[in-house]
Write a protein that binds this ligand. Sequence first.
Ligand code: ZN
Length: 201
Amino acid sequence: MTIATETRTLIEATLDGDSELAKLTVAGSSPEMLAVHIAPGRPNRAIGGTTYHRRPPFRRETIIELVVRMQRLRWQRAAPLTPLAMPPVEADLQALHQKHKRATVGFECLPGWTDLLDAAFTWLDEIASDRQWAPDQIKEKYGTLRFYWHGDLPDLGDAIISAAEHLSGHVCEACGAPGSEQSANGWRSTTCPDHRRRRLS
Ligand SMILES: [Zn+2]
């Protein structure tokens, strides 16, 4: 598994059903060189196993950039190993409270979403560091991320948070590897094949 192949897997799952996916290009052999191209615009209403009421509340390029940011952080964190050999642990998740001044609420989820949350907070800091806003609750619910907030964020900030919630349905909550939403005994979770077998732990 390389960063390019893993990133392609993630994007194909996240945008599954979108008309522009056939023209996706992913290149680069390192976090710094990772480059993704897709036509900008609103994705189809039904993507990645989710049907949006009117249209997704984020643009195609928004979710692509969030994936690229997450993948850079994920592969840089694990270097020189691969992230599959060095998955994020609880201490990595908790370290986000020191790294991001807006990460003021507890993370009610497993550490597999560490790099996803890190990418979202980093991007939000870049576009809205001077805005008055704060998260209310960040948690897993029915298998995916819920990020509740209040205050003043630009439209892009709202889109980044919606994109993060969508992306979480394709990232294993336990280890951060590409995953999918599963349902067993009425219990929903997003897991990779390995954690599907072992259950979340
Ligand atoms: Zn996993």
